[in-house]
Design a protein around this ligand. Structure first.
Ligand code: AMP
Ligand code: MG
Length: 332
């Protein structure tokens, strides 16, 4: 299959929405990461997403909507907390898990009786969803287990030959995936993101917990089980500002081409190897992270990630880095 990349505009959106109606899948921009979308109510189309990504069938998808009228099509009941979020806060980089309507196919929710719902802040995403005139089920548009794509070229790297169309929009302004909050029971954050615990607690005026697998609490959050964000080369994560330790480690690595990914303030410390700056603060670092990983893996055989969160969003980025480094982690 030929994969076309078209700049997002009225014409390309019209082509994209026709493809969606024909049961095809299309990659599109959002402010978090690029998504790979299908008509939520077309099981065959949704199955193509799992195939293209190599995604395990027990990892549910997020359903994307462009306005509150679509909410009624997928959520069985909209709790008062959900009303607050959808009426006063959306669109946002926030996904809300609610009880699903029986009309939402099982393949979308991996058989759960709940559905994850998001109204993206990106107007490009909402215009696309609105043109499709149906809620769009979409995970990130990467091969399963790989870093999420934050521009159209990264989508092309993974999806070339597997999907008919990529809509090229803005580079993602947020750069990490949405915060996922479940409102099925007591509010609990299943995946941290740019919308923070502090913000959610003040919006809902109540305590909001963050799910941690280490708690041993039983929460249905399938995404936490799977491999995530792995570069194609080896990688390690240092959660520290102590660059001496990192340099010692770099000198001990048996690899020819090492690349350090860190915030701007540390770049000069690693003069003897390649470096990629994540920017000056944790927001910039989140925006640049997945692009930096993809850039580094292209011509290095070891990526050393160095990071120390200084803002709440930095904790969300650290969540991605920790999964990416998969146990090869050094903490101050
Ligand atoms: P992705 O779109 O690849 O970023 O992944 C979607 C994320 O949403 C995964 O972490 C899923 O576990 C989570 N998710 C989707 N649907 C549900 C649901 N019904 N309940 C809990 N988590 C969900
Ligand atoms: Mg993903």
């Amino acid at each position: 299959m030929d994969t076309q990349i078209l700049d997002i505009n009225e014409t390309s959106i019209s082509i994209a929405s026709k493809l969606i109606h024909q049961g095809q899948i299309v990659a599109f921009p959002t402010e978090t990461v690029y998504g790979l979308g299908a008509d939520t109510f077309n099981e065959q189309a949704v199955s193509k997403i799992f195939l293209a990504k190599g995604r395990p069938s027990d990892n549910p998808l997020i359903v994307h909507i462009s306005d509150n009228s679509m909410l009624e099509l997928i959520a069985q009941e909209i709790s008062s907390d959900a009303r607050i979020l959808f009426d006063t806060y959306m669109p946002s980089s926030l996904t809300v898990v609610l009880k699903k309507k029986s009309t939402v196919p099982d393949i979308v929710t991996a058989g759960l009786d709940t559905v994850a719902i998001r109204m993206p802040r990106s107007s490009q995403a909402r215009i696309f969803i609105n043109a499709c005139n149906t809620p769009i089920a979409a995970p990130s548009a990467n091969t399963s287990g790989r870093p999420s794509p934050t521009d159209a070229d990264a989508v092309y790297q993974d999806m070339q030959g597997k999907i008919p169309l990529i809509l090229r929009g803005d580079k993602c302004a947020v750069g990490i995936e949405s915060t996922v909050i479940s409102l099925v029971d007591k509010p609990i954050i299943l995946r941290p993101g740019i919308v923070t615990q502090t913000e959610l607690e003040s919006l809902l005026n109540k305590r909001v917990d963050i799910y941690s697998p280490a708690d041993g609490k039983l929460v249905n959050s399938p995404g936490v089980r799977f491999a995530h964000y792995r570069p194609s080369c080896a990688t390690a994560l240092f959660i520290t500002r102590n660059t001496d330790e990192v340099i010692k480690y770099i000198n001990s690595i048996v690899a020819d081409r090492v690349c350090v990914i860190c915030k701007q303030e540390l770049v000069d410390k690693f003069g003897h190897v390649d470096t990629i700056s994540l920017g000056i603060d944790d927001y910039e670092a989140s925006r640049n992270y997945f692009g930096a990983i993809r850039q580094a893996e292209a011509n290095h055989d070891y990526i050393v990630q160095v990071f120390y969160p200084e803002q709440e969003v930095g904790q969300s980025l650290l969540n991605r880095m920790t999964k990416s480094a998969y146990g090869n982690i050094y903490k101050e």
